[in-house]
Ligand binder design. Structure first.
Ligand SMILES: [Zn+2]
Length: 674
């Protein structure tokens, strides 16, 4: 009996302790081995008709001393439990075809699993995941993403798999949501999967690793947490009964009333998925790319696979389908009815219910609850920042300040690009650069480090790789507009032009770079009074148009460790802002001074820039530091070292040409894991 084991030293360090186990039929058989131990093949050859499994994550070395040391033992006293695991090194995504229990998959069932696994792989890589190891499990397909995480991350991994189940499971293939625990075992690739009897239609098949990256790279946990976080986002958007009439919301009825065509209903672990024939935001998103979810806890969700729809959740979906859905709630009440062309300003101070015209007092019980599910958030895609402040709420204003060359413009324009990636439209004013210079800058940032190269004509300069510009134009056209400075920078003209564009195009983000570059009429005798008026005007624009305004303001002085009081203008500027951020460049000066304010903060030497959160009205976050790393070539910042921002996601998508997996030619594999 010759068994070819595949990938033991790919999945494990040679001297890692692993457990090999067989569970079916009884009795259980188990052994602890070093991953490179020749005894493994030798021992399992004693049980030629059984399927074997292996632990995926490193086992504590103490377990190696159990009775089944370097040999297989029947009915062992102990096998590996979660407490026996050092930490996570793999996330297993198991796409398994739905079939009667205890039988092997048919050819068609297995093919369906290949499509689901391929889709998951493409989507995750487009979101920045490193290339996984792909395995044929015999009946379905496994994706193994390399990570580095402590066992305390089990909830994150559990949520992550639930979200993948929501996104990718079909009626024929499920993403297994149970495989998140640290001691989880997977196939010992190379052994034969033997479910039921082997028939022509449902044969036993040998499991194997079929595709592996040239270089196995870790996926940063920040990306895994990003996706896991979608679970929380999806769940709390329940239709608040206090804001609706007494009848419970009926999703089937709602979809049929508004002519939303459902191609299939798919049971998922957290409820039911309704795959839509067409995405309501873009009819070219077809074939179930967009889906609505009815969760077992009574709440609802929406997700579309396309990046342009990434920021749309249940609230946006419902309002898109039924523009009046939220108009009659007390919070938006009279204002929205009076101005039906505008979005209800859900987050502005509540207009009172009823129709009384004058000021009045609200009795406590009639005040509607603050409905957090209605706040529309635009994420910065800096996970560390989004985690702290929950993203940028529409209807609010952020003030950004920082010394010369601190990187505040770079940072804010990147946040604008992140908004585009999230599916938002962005209006931008850049007073100190011509539109063409801004364009050059934005293109480099949008391309990211992988798609820029040294300019052959001027070695200190970076330019786009050939063919990239057209792709970025396609991504940004209609999404990002820049004020044309040729018409001057008179503050009222700039404001009115942006105002009109936002209203006409339904933008969600406005960037004003910067206050000092806005011309104030000559003869204005109180400059601070004028600046305070401008700030209030932008804050009002944020509320009225339901956009988030990023407003860059220079500090009055540029030396010393800048504090909130150093931001130009009167205190009105920071009072009226919902968020205030100070951007610091990490230079010798900063390293000398920051300990006076943050004595416990540790800044490692690769950090180039920090964001100091000085005010966050919504969640009350203050005095928090976000560390960022700068890539000089593409002028991008990243909160995960070495991970470029994923703006040019379409490029990433195109790079994955895998049809969806082709079997690795064994001759190309290193001998040790052939
Ligand atoms: Zn869509």
């Amino acid at each position: 009996m010759d068994i070819t084991l595949s990938g033991l030293t790919l999945l494990h360090q040679p001297d890692d302790i692993i457990e090999i186990r067989s569970i079916d039929p009884k009795p259980v058989i188990s052994g602890y081995f070093r991953a490179d131990s020749p005894a493994i093949a030798h021992e399992i050859a004693r049980y030629p008709n059984r399927t074997f499994y292996q632990t995926m994550n490193p086992v504590k070395s103490a377990c190696y001393a159990r009775e089944q040391h370097e040999r297989l033992v029947e009915r062992p006293r102990e096998t590996t439990s979660d407490n026996d695991i050092v930490g996570y090194q793999w996330i297993l995504i198991d796409a398994d075809p739905v079939r009667p229990s205890g039988v092997s998959a048919s050819k068609n069932e297995k093919e369906a699993a290949r499509r689901v696994a391929g889709m998951a792989m493409k989507k995750l890589m487009a979101m920045g995941f490193s290339e996984p190891v792909v395995a044929d499990s015999g009946n379905g397909y496994h994706l193994l993403f390399k990570i580095h995480a402590g066992t305390e991350e089990r909830q994150v991994l559990s949520d992550f798999l639930s979200v993948l189940d929501m996104w990718f499971s079909t009626d024929a293939v499920k993403i297994d949501t149970a495989v998140f625990n640290p001691a989880r075992i997977t196939k010992l690739y190379g052994t034969v999967a033997r479910k039921g009897a082997s028939t022509l239609e449902r044969p036993h098949r040998q499991s194997s690793i079929i595709r592996r990256p040239a270089d196995v790279k870790e996926t940063p946990m920040a990306l895994v947490r990003n996706i896991a976080g979608e679970k929380q986002k999806a769940v709390p958007t329940s239709e608040n009964p206090r804001l609706r009439s007494s009848n419970a919301f009926n999703l089937d009825q709602f979809l049929s009333d508004y002519g939303i065509q459902v191609i299939q209903k798919v049971p998922i672990s957290s409820g039911m998925k309704y795959q839509l024939a067409e995405c309501p935001f873009d009819p070219s998103h077809k074939h179930g790319d967009a889906a609505v979810f009815a969760y077992s806890n009574g709440s609802f969700g929406f997700h579309c696979f396309h990046s342009s729809c990434a920021s749309y959740h249940w609230h946006e979906f419902r309002e898109k389908v039924d523009p009046d859905a939220y108009v009659n709630s007390p919070r938006t009440g009279s204002q929205s009815l009076a101005q039906p062309a505008q979005r209800g300003s859900d987050v502005s101070p509540a207009p009172q219910p009823g129709n009384s015209a004058g000021p009045r007092m609200l009795d406590f019980a009639e005040i509607p609850n603050y409905d957090r599910s209605k706040i529309i958030v635009v994420r910065s895609r800096f996970q560390a920042l989004d985690n702290r402040i929950g993203g940028f709420n529409r209807g609010e204003m952020s003030v950004w300040s920082g010394g010369n060359a601190s990187g505040k413009s770079t940072l804010v324009s990147q946040i604008g690009l992140a908004a585009v990636t999230e599916g938002c439209k962005v209006a931008m004013f850049s007073g100190e650069m011509t539109a063409s210079r801004v364009r050059e800058w934005v293109l480099l940032q949008a391309a990211g480090p992988d798609f820029v190269m040294q300019d052959p004509l001027s070695p200190n300069h970076f330019c786009l790789k050939p063919g990239i510009e057209q792709k970025l134009d396609a991504m940004l056209t209609g999404k990002l507009s820049i004020y044309d400075n040729d018409f001057g920078t008179d503050w009222e003209r700039v404001t009115n032009t942006i105002y009109d564009w936002v209203r006409k195009n339904g933008a969600s983000v406005v960037i004003i770079d910067n206050l000092m570059a806005l011309d104030i009429p000559t003869g204005t005798n109180d400059k601070y009074d004028m600046q305070s008026r401008i700030a209030k005007r932008f804050s009002a624009m944020a509320k009225e148009l339901n956009v988030h305004v990023h407003f860059i303001c220079h500090p009055r002085k540029t030396e010393a460790f800048l504090r909130k009081g150093d931001i130009s203008g009167t205190a009105d500027l920071t009072n009226v802002a919902d968020n205030v951020f100070m951007v610091h460049r990490v230079n010798a000066d900063f390293m000398m001074r920051y300990k006076t304010v943050y004595p416990k903060l540790v800044i490692d030497q690769d950090v180039s820039t920090v964001i100091e959160i000085m005010k966050n009205r919504d969640l009350g976050v203050v005095d928090e530091i976000i560390k960022l790393y700068f890539d000089r070539r593409s002028r991008t910042l990243s909160d995960v070292k070495g991970l470029p921002p994923q703006h040019a996601w379409t490029e990433k998508m195109e790079q994955i040409t895998m049809q969806d997996f082709t079997v690795v030619d064994n001759a190309e594999l290193p001998a040790e894991w052939r």
